[in-house]
Each structure stands twice: as structure tokens, then as C-alpha cells.
Design a protein around this ligand. Structure first.
Ligand code: PEP
Ligand code: MN
Length: 293
């Protein structure tokens, strides 16, 4: 068949030149890999969902939200203990008190616990309380911290830096992997652009692209990516359509009173709706054939 006159066939892939992210590369593993979070699988044919408030505010708030998200099918619970806030005057999180509350959440609901590590000095305490560590967007290129979690034997959710390219993000993962920790999950959470209506700009092509570049699972956080709760369900569905293995969403029983990120937090009924809609999209599990470029 003739090609269109303006169509130039793509250049052959430079197969002889391996990508600089050796361990994260799709060629480094037979098929897609999965990450085991204390018995819950991230990646593979079932969508995994992390849900919970931006920050743990008190035990009642955390337990109420955890019961709601558990009821509607979440697998993991989030709720920051140490919060990276733009202003030093904003709520910084309850710290160790929050981690003790998260122990209660796990004991009552069985939900696995996600929490952000902001400094190597928090590693010992977080190891005791969490099932999966999170590297936040602001630390996506904190190479010493990446090496530190690379030496910890816990899975890591690696958020995309709000100004990092996809290759830089893959190389951040490489810092963790090359220290011996193979349990890395990428999390797209939006990048900073010129658009002020949304908090960030969600980059869903990054999700589809990562599925061609890496064997590691890919999560999307439509809450921080948009900043607006009315956009979270549509962008969660779009994320699943783009090939996401997992979602992370903020949920609050009283978003107006939330100490952080209330505007982007779903009401529990909206979380129920989200779960219903994403399960409609993949009722029989997700396809797992490797996407070749
Ligand atoms: C968070 O998930 O609590 C958070 C602060 O996200 P990000 O690092 O993506 O801004
Ligand atoms: Mn938040």
C-alpha cells in the first residue's frame, strides 16, 4: 500500500543502543513485572486502588475514611504522616502519631499502608509502620533519598517530579533499582505547565509510553494531577484506558474541613462511583500483553 505523500516512516528503533535505564527497561524483564505489597499485587491483571485522605488528621477521621474506602473496594490506604507543604506555616502532618493511627487502620480494615518518606532520617520509623513507601513529586530527584529507599526492603511508589521528563523519571527509578530494590511502581501525578485551571497537567501519554519502555507497574494519581474533585473520576477512567495498573485517589468524609487538599478530595459516594465505573471498564481483568514499540 502506498504511504501518504507527507508520511515519513518512523526511524528504526536504535536497538543496538540500550536505554540508559538498564534495570527499568522493558527489555530487562520477561513480560511486565508485578510488585508485591504485603500480599497485594500491583500490576498484573487486576487494577489496584490506593485511597484515603491527603493527611492523617486524627484517629476518627482516618478510621471513618478507611472504613468507607474499604467498603467500596480499595486495596491500600494513604494518609500522610509527614507532609511536604509549600509553606512552612501549613499543616505539616502528625508525624509518628499518624503512623500509630495507621497501625489501627491496618489492624481494623486489613488495608495496606502507603506513606511518604521525606528524609532518610524517617526510614527506621517508616519501616515499622508502612507496607509501601512513597517518594513524593518534590523528591523525585533527591538522589540520596532514592539511594536510601533503594537499600530499604520495601516497595516504593515513585511519583513523577512535576518538572521531570519521562527519561529523568526512569533514571530516578534506576537509582532505587541499582541499589537492589526491585519493587518500584511509577506514579504519574501531573506536571507543571502554563495552564492555571488545573493544579497540574495530567500526562496520560506518559502512562501509555511507560508501558512500552518499562516492565514496572504504572499508577496514576488523578487527585494531585488535577486538583479538582470533579475531574478525578473522568481522569481515573482515562488512566485505566491508557493502561494504568493502579490508581491513587484522595478521599475525605468532610473535604471542606480537610487540613490539606480538600478541594481535590472525593466524597465517599464519589469514590464508590469511581470504583463502579472503573470496574465496568475492566470487569474481567486487564489485558497483560506487553506493548511493543
Ligand atoms: C501526596 O501524595 O500526598 C503528595 C504530596 O503528592 P505529590 O508528591 O504528588 O505532590
Ligand atoms: Mn494531597
Amino acid at each position: 500500500m502506498d504511504t501518504l505523500p507527507h508520511y515519513k516512516s518512523p526511524q528504526p528503533a536504535e536497538e543496538s543502543i540500550p536505554p540508559p535505564y538498564k534495570l527499568a527497561s522493558i527489555h530487562a524483564h520477561q513480560g511486565y513485572s508485578t510488585v508485591d505489597v504485603s500480599g497485594t499485587t500491583i500490576g498484573g491483571n487486576k487494577l489496584a486502588v490506593v485511597a484515603g485522605p491527603c493527611a492523617i488528621e486524627d484517629a476518627k477521621q482516618a478510621l471513618n475514611i478507611a472504613r468507607e474506602v474499604k467498603k467500596h473496594g480499595a486495596d491500600l490506604f494513604r494518609g500522610g504522616a509527614f507532609k511536604p507543604r509549600t509553606s512552612p506555616y501549613s499543616f505539616q502532618g502528625l508525624g509518628i502519631k499518624a503512623l500509630n493511627i495507621l497501625d489501627e487502620v491496618r489492624a481494623e480494615t486489613g488495608l495496606k499502608i502507603v506513606n511518604e518518606i521525606m528524609s532518610a532520617s524517617q526510614s527506621d520509623v517508616l519501616l515499622k509502620h508502612v507496607d509501601v513507601l512513597q517518594i513524593g513529586s518534590r523528591n523525585a530527584q533527591n538522589f540520596e533519598l532514592l539511594k536510601c529507599v533503594g537499600q530499604m526492603r520495601k516497595p516504593v511508589i515513585l511519583k513523577r517530579g512535576f518538572a521531570t521528563t519521562i527519561e529523568e523519571w526512569l533514571l530516578s527509578a534506576e537509582y532505587i533499582l541499582s541499589e537492589g530494590n526491585t519493587q518500584v511502581i511509577f506514579c504519574e501525578r501531573g506536571i507543571r505547565t502554563f495552564e492555571p485551571y488545573t493544579r497540574n497537567t495530567i500526562d496520560l501519554s506518559a502512562v501509555a509510553l511507560l508501558k512500552t519502555l518499562t516492565h514496572l507497574p504504572v499508577m496514576v494519581d488523578p487527585s494531585h494531577a488535577t486538583g479538582l474533585r470533579e475531574l478525578v473520576i473522568p481522569m481515573a477512567k482515562a488512566s485505566v484506558a491508557a493502561g494504568a495498573d493502579a490508581l491513587m485517589v484522595e478521599v475525605h468524609t468532610d473535604p471542606d474541613a480537610a487540613l490539606s487538599d480538600g478541594r481535590q478530595s472525593l466524597y465517599p459516594e464519589q469514590f464508590e462511583q469511581l470504583m463502579y465505573e472503573v470496574n465496568l471498564m475492566a470487569p474481567f481483568g486487564r489485558s497483560q500483553s506487553v506493548v511493543h514499540n
